[in-house]
Design a protein around this ligand. Structure first.
Ligand code: DX5
Ligand code: ZN
Length: 220
């Protein structure tokens, strides 16, 4: 099972003054994806980075850019983030008037589509779209900031989602994001998540030993 687990370190916990070398270090440390949190100070109460930063990071690595858009309205920015070099574009259903239209915009750019559920957002919001998307991102903290505490109540939602995906025989990844540490990563995997996002744990545990921290999250 652990061999199919992917680790997607969030650069939200990286040193923004040297983002390029941080991304290169994550690749060397064995990251599968690079998780890029985009916040607009409106959909969430924090501001991070825009497409230009992604465009500058793109030549530094071939790793999948797993771009988590916490911006509303999202549609007008899809093309910019696609052109900048995103591989997976994930949006929140609350950030668009028309979920199908946003999915199509991302697909038209030939990018993988993810939809994210905040801790209190229900599966009903996305169930009808599961056959059209590549990934569901389950938020295990309220979106906006790194370093928050994992909300164990999202595990039951993860299990239900996994069951639905299996019953429908779909090929949809389940990614979990927020407060993941060396203990709860096991619970997240058991619940059905196959991609783990982690910022603080990867950048701060074991004196910031990225390789070691990625390995522990993968194996635990
Ligand atoms: C929160 C972000 C997460 C978060 C992960 O809005 O989507 O990616 O920063 O960081 P940790 O692992 O520190 O919770
Ligand atoms: Zn995220």
């Amino acid at each position: 099972m652990s061999s199919s687990i992917k680790i997607s370190p969030s650069i939200l916990s990286a040193d923004f003054s040297k983002l390029g070398s941080e991304v290169i270090s994550l690749e060397k440390a064995g990251a599968d994806y690079i998780h890029i949190d985009v916040m607009d100070g409106h959909f969430v109460p924090n501001l991070t980075i825009g497409p230009e930063v992604i465009r500058k990071l793109r030549p530094l690595t071939k790793k999948t850019f797993d771009v988590h858009l916490m911006i509303s309205p999202v549609d007008n920015f899809i093309k910019d983030f696609a052109d900048a070099g995103s591989d997976i574009i994930t949006f929140h259903p609350e950030a668009t008037q028309d979920v199908s239209k946003t999915i199509d915009l991302i697909k038209n750019e030939k990018k993988k589509v993810g939809i994210s559920l905040k801790p209190k957002s229900k599966i009903d919001l996305i169930e009808n779209y599961l056959s059209e998307i590549d990934l569901v991102l389950i938020m295990s903290v309220e979106p906006g900031f790194g370093g928050q505490k994992f909300m164990p109540e999202v595990l039951s939602k993860t299990k239900i989602l996994k069951k639905i995906i299996k019953e429908k025989n779909l090929n949809v990844d389940i990614e979990i994001d927020g407060g993941i540490n060396f203990e709860n990563c096991t619970l997240a995997k058991e619940a059905g998540a196959n991609i783990l996002v982690s910022g603080s744990t990867i950048f701060k545990e074991n004196q910031g030993n990225l390789k070691k921290n990625i390995e522990i999250l993968r194996k635990n």
